[in-house]
Ligand binder design. Structure first.
Ligand SMILES: C[S@@+](CC[C@H](N)C(=O)[O-])C[C@H]1O[C@@H](n2cnc3c(N)ncnc32)[C@H](O)[C@@H]1O
Length: 196
């Protein structure tokens, strides 16, 4: 997966990494920034997605499409598709450009809008990367876990960087007997929940 990343995908990853760096240097407002995952988290979610069983692969919080590019490596390995949700019109535009530039228009389907109003109808989810506003985590977690297949994997970003804000959701996931959960110190901290 990582040894032969198609050039088009590599180029777009570098473009978004540069854009993200520039936004930070220029002090762009947090809401407008890409706020994308670091490379090591990209590798981590790609491996977990590749290991997940048959079923739907979803992402909540697309931004410019950087994490989706990493997940696309798992899609291509297992001949699967990714559905990714994004609420901001501006970011949907950027991510659409990302998927076109990377040659992934047939692999990644972006859904514009609040993921919470769509998730109910996505049954048989086998992998979910949760990376939207933190106040929506609990609701998204619940909507996804109840529709997740046995052996499915949910990964939630910022479990360490936003530990205080996410405390109720993290505690809930760690005690939830439908899953086995652990927080892994990779990148900004990843909650991994494995559906029993
Ligand atoms: C941290 S960024 C995602 C970064 C992206 N996963 C990456 O690593 O490239 C969070 C994104 O979630 C979007 N978002 C926030 N709440 C949402 C919701 N309820 N439904 C869909 N997207 C949402 C924001 O607009 C923002 O682009």
């Amino acid at each position: 997966m990582f040894h032969k990343i198609p050039q088009k995908i590599q180029l777009r990853m570098s473009y978004l990494e540069d854009l993200s760096r520039k936004q930070k240097e220029q002090g762009v407002e947090s809401f407008d920034r890409l706020r994308q995952i670091p490379q090591e988290t990209g590798r981590f979610i790609a491996i977990l997605a590749a290991l997940s069983p048959r079923g739907k692969m979803i992402e909540i919080g697309t931004s410019g499409g950087y994490s989706a590019l990493w997940l696309s490596l798992a899609c291509q390995r297992n001949d699967r598709n990714l559905i990714t949700f994004e609420i901001s019109e501006k970011k949907v535009k950027l991510a659409t450009e990302t998927f076109k530039e990377a040659g992934l228009e047939k692999v990644i389907n972006i859904v514009e809008g609040d993921a919470r109003s769509h998730l109910e109808k996505y049954k048989d989810v086998s992998f979910c990367f949760l990376d939207c506003e933190k106040e929506y985590y609990m609701e998204c977690y619940e909507l996804v876990i109840r529709n997740m297949v046995k052996g499915g994997i949910l990964v939630a970003d910022n479990a360490i960087s936003h530990e205080a804000t996410l405390q109720p959701m993290l505690e809930h996931a760690l005690k939830d007997d439908r899953v086995n959960s652990i927080v892994v110190p990779i990148g900004n901290g990843e909650l991994v929940s494995y559906k029993i």
